[in-house]
Design a protein around this ligand. Structure first.
Ligand code: ZN
Length: 435
């Protein structure tokens, strides 16, 4: 089966529900840039695709960075001196600042407050905070809960470990006809946050699962990596083969109701940029195109000047632009199966453009070939776009235009142009030119 047929046979409701279920499965795990939460998450992903798990030892030098110590946590709480629990990590893994060093002591309220983080503007929400590269400890809680703290002293405990271990990431590769690769990457380092980053994990998993079922022109590489340090480590370990990457997408924040957003590659005018722009233009939905900027997700690393890979970023509402971002309100209610499914099908359409964006030659370029006698011309008033697509493909198949060029010039969706090209190929009016 070709990729074009895939969108026809897949049921959007089923795909959305499946994607949402994976989010629910991994939502409870306490992920960070290292540790068992990432391993648990990758094990869940591994039930859908045969993921290879890589473990890189702490202390390994990767480009300008060093793999940090591994962080794990069993329990954490704040109690008053009567032994009543004020805050319990078991209720939300956002309650502890990620990478908090172990602590167990009695502290005066004033000192404790220096280690507490809240969101006064959203007094019921718990913020998400980390301190990866500076050893510290802290708790995150709702502002309303903070206002209830009136005792002089409290008992704090963070039963964590920060020791030499490993940084874990997952990788999956589908070989295609060509050794040229399409890279799809998501981050796996946030605790119980649904849109940022579980939606990216489930979209990457779904793409991997379904692309496995079709014959592919490109090879596909899927990365499930902790943000920043993960992409830096992968680039460091794979420097000699990154030239294979012809197109790449970082996917994040793809399950919210916001409009589709695409952040262009650093190069700004790659085939991938054109393909995604085309798909969004024909999506019938509102969308936004952002120029590259060196802030965001792992496209920052893939697009660093020493690599400058053609990697863009596919999102709905970008990080920082939704109020729920990095708070407990980015939960299982915030992402919906229908938005996940829509993001999946838009990505699949963009990949379908890349897979089918070939150059053809019209074998009967002198005058229009007579389509009627080949059963291809339906004519006014029935032909509409189908006839027009045939005429555009014939006219621009002079060996210099890709099908995407034809689709853009004609103002017709790539899928219709591709269908026209298939019909013309079948009756011998076109021939493919190797690019
Ligand atoms: Zn984030």
């Amino acid at each position: 089966m070709g990729i074009g047929q895939l969108s026809d046979v897949l049921d959007a409701t089923r795909v959305g529900d499946e994607m949402y279920r994976l989010i629910c499965d991994v939502y409870p795990f306490c992920r960070s840039i290292t540790g068992n939460g990432v391993r648990q998450t990758l094990r869940s992903v591994g039930k859908h695709i045969p993921l290879t798990i890589h473990e890189i030892p702490s202390g390994t030098q990767v480009l300008d960075w060093t793999i940090p110590k591994e962080w794990n946590i069993k329990d954490a709480y704040i109690k008053n001196l009567k032994g009543q629990t004020i805050l319990d990590f078991a209720n939300s893994n956002l309650h502890v600042v990620g990478y908090s060093v172990p602590v167990k002591k009695r502290v005066p309220l004033e000192e404790l407050k220096q280690h507490l983080f809240t969101l006064p503007d959203h007094p019921d929400w718990i913020p998400f905070r980390t301190s990866y590269y500076k050893e510290n400890w802290g708790f995150c809680l709702s502002h309303n809960r903070l206002l209830e703290l009136t005792d002089d002293q409290y008992e704090v405990c963070i039963d964590s470990s920060l020791q030499p271990g490993f940084m874990t990431y997952g990788e999956y590769f589908i070989p295609g006809e060509s050794a040229d690769e399409v890279l799809l990457s998501c981050h796996v380092c946030h605790p119980s946050l649904a849109n940022d980053n579980l939606s990216g994990i489930t979209l990457t998993t779904a793409l991997a699962k379904y692309l496995t079922q079709v014959s592919l022109r490109y090879s596909y590489r899927f990365l499930f990596i902790p943000s920043t340090i993960g992409s830096i480590a992968w680039l460091s370990l794979n420097e000699s083969r990154v030239f294979r990457i012809k197109h790449g997408l970082v996917v994040a924040c793809v399950g919210d109701p916001g409009r589709l957003t695409y952040k262009k590659t650093r190069r700004g005018n790659t085939e991938l940029d054109k393909a995604v722009l085309h798909v969004l233009k024909h999506s019938g939905q509102e969308y936004e195109i952002l120029d590259f900027c060196p802030y965001g997700y792992d496209e920052r690393q893939f697009c660093s000047p020493g690599f400058n890979l053609p990697v863009g970023c596919f999102m709905r509402t970008p990080h920082g632009r939704f109020t729920e971002y990095h708070t407990s309100a980015d939960n299982l209610d915030f992402v919906r199966p229908e938005y996940l499914a829509d993001s999946f099908f838009q990505c699949l359409s963009a990949i379908s453009v890349l897979e089918n964006n070939k150059v053809y030659l019209n074998r009967n370029p002198k005058g229009e070939p007579q389509l009627g006698k080949r059963g291809l011309y339906r004519g006014y008033p029935y032909g509409g776009n189908d006839d027009l697509a045939l005429l555009w493909v014939l006219n621009l198949s002079d060996g210099t235009h890709t099908l995407l060029d034809v689709a853009e010039r004609a103002g017709i969706a790539f899928s219709s142009i591709k269908k026209a090209a298939d019909a013309l190929l079948a009756c011998g009016l076109l021939t493919e030119i190797p690019i």
